[in-house]
Each structure stands twice: as structure tokens, then as C-alpha cells.
Design a binder for this molecule. Structure first.
Ligand code: DAH
Length: 346
């Protein structure tokens, strides 16, 4: 083997060894030690090899010199690159030192439907299955739609300034969703089967069981030959679909100006526990209902000799409180993410 190829091979072996040594360094100090060991002018390993150039013929020297320069350049680049790497790692370690790792991570917020919206959607799915269409009306109403067309004279307590939020110009914030009944009957000929959810407003104190704004859900059915049997069957079917097949339903006589006869509707849930024992809840009032008063049909321009109908109105917020065990209605309005996030789909 010629002296030239021996030195070139030594340089290449040295290059491989040096690159490994560079990678193995754990800090700037170690890196400097490696730099001096290989590239140092006086005691460096490459210098040591170059010092042996004298052993070669003059014609062999340039090739070895060129190889030595290539190895020096490669090694120099590797040292610089490793230096930058170590510097970045050190900086990150500094950040981590100062970071409080006990802080909770920033998670992405998962949006959720409001619990009242969830209930409205569930109720809507059931009534849609029973052939109902969705309807809506304005939240700003006139006295005519909110009271008079609903057979409620303006001297009725419900129309009292103490209970209703009046706006200027004879307008008010609707105190119930029942005016949607009148607007639908004006706009559409029977057969009518609509469900109208929406916000309603009352001059109520804000406490655990009252809010000045809350959701209601109005139902209206008008056709030839509609009787109380249709009302009972529809609401009983609804209750069984919502609360389960064992659910019982009870009608207590009541009064609303816009229905005759009128009833308050209660449900009792009957369910089996894990051991198969039967349990039942107390009767819970869930809505008002009744046969649409003929005067209301006539107010909306519907022939009350030919058509009859039934109506009902419930509070999805109240149903949600029962369903989710919410004891304070204010939880719906406070925008506390800890409360609302419980309803996020995961
Ligand atoms: N509008 C009534 C209220 O706000 C609820 C109601 C009762 C609606 C009976 C109806 C009904 O449609 O038939 O208290």
C-alpha cells in the first residue's frame, strides 16, 4: 500500500471517529474539547497526520493535503451544527426550568349546545315524528297577539304592567309563545300541526326558580274533528317517547283564557332499577294544555263551527332541570363554562 493511500485512509477513519465524537457531546465545553482534539493546530490529530507528509514523495502530497482539507471542512461544519443544536437545547431547558409544569394544559374549547337547546331539540324530534312542523313568531309582540286574540282582555292580571315588559309604541316582549298560535292560524289553513319554541319575557325577579327571560315551547293542532281524545293521546305518546314507555300522564282541570276546557298536565315516571325493582317518581307538572277556545279560532279568522283544535305550552328549561338535576335556573344564564361544558359531546 502506498504512503499516500495509507494517510488518506487514516484521515477517513479519523473523520468517522471525529463525527461520532461530535454527536456524543452534551455541551459547549465538551464540543470545544473535541474541536481541539481533532482540529487543534499544535496537538490536533489531523495536524499529527499532516506532519507525516514529509514521509511521502512530493507527488503524493497534494492528494493527501486535499483530503485533509475536506475532512477539516466537514468536521468544522459538524462542530458548528452541533454547537447550534446544543445551544437550542440549552435554551429550551432554561424555558422548562422557569415553566410551571403543574399548570393545566391549554385545551381547545369544545363547543356545546346549551342544555335548554338540547331539550328543545329532543322534544322537537318527537313532535316531528308525530307530524308537527316547526313555527316561530316575533319576540316583540302587540297586545292584540299576546293577549286579546288569545281571549285575554287587557284588564286580565296577566296583562298587568307588573307582569309584562312593555315597550314603547304599544309593543311588548311576548310573555308566552301562545301568540304564535294566532300568527300561524292567520297564515295557514287547517290542518295545522305546529311546534313553536322560543324565548318569552316577564317582569319576574331573578332567583333560583324565576328568570325574566326563559324558553317556552308551544304546540297547536287545528283540524276538522279534533277532540280532547287527540290531545290526550298526543301528549301521552309524547310523554312515553320522552320519559320512557312506563310513563303515566294525568290531566288536572285548570283555566287558561285561550283554551276551554283547560288542563295542567302532570307526568309520573315508572322505571326499573338495576335489580329489576319498580320505582315511580312523584307527579310532576310539565305543561298547560286544552282545547283551543272557539273565540281564539275566530280571532285568527278560522271557522270555529267547522274546525276544532288543541294547544299546549311547556317550559323546556324546567324539563331540563328535571332531566339534569339542575336546582337553580340561573345556571342556564350565567355562561359558566364549567356548567355548560358538561353538555359538550365528547
Ligand atoms: N301560555 C301559557 C303560559 O305561558 C302556557 C299554555 C297553557 C299554553 C295552555 C297553551 C295552553 O297553549 O293550551 O303559561
Amino acid at each position: 500500500m502506498s504512503g499516500e493511500s495509507t494517510l488518506i485512509q487514516e484521515l477517513r477513519a479519523l473523520e468517522a471517529e471525529a463525527l461520532e465524537a461530535v454527536e456524543a457531546t452534551a455541551g459547549a465545553d465538551e464540543l470545544e474539547v473535541v474541536r481541539v482534539a481533532y482540529l487543534g493546530r499544535k496537538d490536533g490529530r489531523i495536524s499529527a497526520i499532516l506532519r507525516r507528509l514529509g514521509e511521502l514523495d512530493a507527488s503524493e502530497r497534494p492528494a493527501v493535503g486535499a483530503e485533509a482539507n475536506r475532512v477539516k471542512a466537514t468536521l468544522g461544519e459538524a462542530l458548528d451544527a452541533r454547537g447550534r443544536q446544543l445551544e437550542a437545547a440549552e435554551e429550551m431547558a432554561g424555558i422548562l426550568d422557569e415553566a410551571d409544569l403543574s399548570l393545566p394544559a391549554r385545551s381547545r374549547f369544545v363547543g356545546a349546545r346549551h342544555p335548554v337547546t338540547i331539550v328543545v331539540d329532543e322534544l322537537w324530534e318527537i313532535f316531528r315524528g308525530l307530524g308537527f312542523t316547526r313555527a316561530r313568531g316575533p319576540e316583540t309582540e302587540t297586545e292584540w297577539y299576546n293577549f286579546e286574540a288569545l281571549n285575554t282582555p287587557l284588564d286580565h292580571p296577566a296583562a298587568d304592567e307588573q307582569d309584562t315588559i312593555y315597550l314603547s309604541g304599544g309593543h311588548l316582549l311576548r310573555s308566552h309563545t301562545s301568540p304564535v298560535q294566532v300568527r300561524v292560524m292567520e297564515g295557514y289553513a287547517p290542518p295545522i300541526r305546529v311546534l313553536a319554541p322560543g324565548m318569552v319575557y316577564r317582569r319576574d325577579t331573578y332567583d333560583a326558580t324565576h328568570a325574566p327571560a326563559f324558553a317556552q315551547l308551544e304546540g297547536l293542532v287545528v283540524d276538522e274533528g279534533i277532540t280532547f281524545v287527540d290531545l290526550k293521546a298526543t301528549l301521552a305518546e309524547f310523554a312515553r317517547r320522552y320519559w320512557g314507555p312506563g310513563t303515566r300522564i294525568r290531566f288536572r282541570p285548570s283555566f287558561f283564557p285561550f283554551t276551554e276546557p283547560s288542563a295542567e298536565v302532570d307526568v309520573k315516571r315508572v322505571y326499573l332499577d338495576a335489580e329489576g325493582r319498580e320505582h315511580e317518581t312523584d307527579w310532576l307538572e310539565i305543561m298547560g294544555a286544552g282545547m283551543v277556545d272557539p273565540a281564539v279560532l275566530e280571532s285568527a279568522g278560522i271557522d270555529s263551527e267547522r274546525y276544532t283544535g288543541f294547544a299546549f305550552g311547556m317550559g323546556p328549561g324546567r324539563i331540563g332541570m328535571l332531566k339534569y338535576g339542575i336546582s337553580d335556573i340561573r345556571a342556564y344564564f350565567e355562561n359558566d363554562v364549567r356548567f355548560l361544558q358538561q353538555f359538550a359531546r365528547r
